[in-house]
Ligand binder design. Structure first.
Ligand SMILES: [Zn+2]
Ligand SMILES: [Zn+2]
Length: 333
């Protein structure tokens, strides 16, 4: 099969992914083989190929927003049939036994494996996944529209919950890429007033189109204090700004897997009066199931830019430079 393979960590400008012919993976017990139609491109893929996350074993095929159809079932499988449409997200497996797994927090499992990071992912024609970690996708979404829901959407949904935002409250979103453009649709559905902070004029326009109440640059002060904020930008100084714009008792959720150091905080201005700062680490299958249900109810519409598989480097470069309105998606099948 064809795959875009990472053999060495490099800035994406140096085209770290190479199109290669690799062996078709074989599903083991409990696993299914998926023929991939589309795979979303996530900011995390960029951190992965550039080596900003703890380094995993190479070579590796990235990609964790996979939409495809079941091609073959391994032994001891029972959930899917050949031809079923399925999705694969970032959480590839968890141990199921540790105290985190047993208390509904498999996102924190220390033995968790992540798609396109510990195991090969979706920048390829096929992949295998444990059937318990594959998602049934709502019929309402065409494949290419569904792909960005699987990480941008699910992580954004978890970030909303971590931010403790309630219906009708004022929510700040810092950075307006793939995840924020889905998250705003959930927040608007809950009747929240959404304030969007972005350096990109193009992204601010996109936010207004999706119903933002107010838009500004990352350092602008909004006209009123906000109840909660979510930081999607991987920049530590933005986290500090997000703390400044929330009101007493508010929460800032940091949605990224990677962030530059957060500058020194001023206790009085930025943390006092019971402000909370909380990171979002991965997501559980429960988050995925809940979010996909809500996504179909709203219904969420994703804005996408499609690239052929062999242009994965170019897609990552456009993500890096915020040149995409919405999400980048690779067309494979
Ligand atoms: Zn576990
Ligand atoms: Zn992701």
């Amino acid at each position: 099969m064809k795959a875009m393979v990472l053999s060495g960590f490099k800035p994406v400008e140096e085209r770290p992914l190479r199109l290669q012919e690799v062996d078709l993976p074989v599903p083991g017990p409990g696993e299914i083989l998926i023929r991939i139609n589309y795979c979303g491109v996530c900011h995390t893929d960029l951190h992965t190929v550039e080596g900003e996350l703890p380094k995993m074993a190479l070579p590796r095929i990235p990609g964790h927003q996979v939409v495809g159809t079941v091609e073959q079932m391994g032994e001891e499988t029972s959930l899917f049939h050949r031809g079923d449409r399925v999705g694969v997200a970032w959480l590839y497996s968890s141990c199921g036994r540790c105290r985190f797994c047993r208390s509904g927090r498999e996102n924190l499992c220390q033995e968790a494996k992540f798609t396109g990071y510990h195991v090969d992912g979706g920048y390829a024609e096929y992949m295998v996944v444990p059937e318990n970690f594959a998602y049934e996708l709502p019929d309402d979404f065409p494949d290419e529209q569904a792909a960005p829901l699987l990480c941008a959407g699910i992580i954004g949904y978890r970030a909303l919950r971590v931010s403790r935002i309630k219906p009708g409250e004022k929510l700040g979103l810092f950075g307006f890429g793939a995840s924020a453009h889905v998250t705003i649709q959930v927040a608007r559905h809950w009747g929240c007033q959404v304030y969007v902070f972005s350096r990109s004029e193009e992204h601010r326009r996109h936010a207004l189109k999706l119903g933002a109440y107010w838009v500004g640059a990352p350092n602008d002060m909004p006209p009123e204090k906000l109840d909660s904020s979510i930081v999607f930008a991987p920049a530590g100084e933005v986290a500090r700004q997000a703390l400044r714009v929330i009101d007493r008792g508010g929460t800032v959720a940091l949605a990224g897997i990677y962030m530059t150091p957060i500058p020194e905080l001023d206790y009085e201005k930025e943390l006092y009066f019971e402000k909370a700062l909380k990171s979002v680490a991965n997501a559980t299958r429960q988050d995925g199931v809940e979010f996909l249900k809500i996504a179909a109810e709203i219904p969420i519409r994703t804005d996408i830019q499609i690239y052929p598989l062999e242009k994965a480097n170019e897609a990552l470069l456009d993500v890096k430079h915020s040149r995409i309105n919405g999400a980048a998606v690779l067309k494979i099948g």
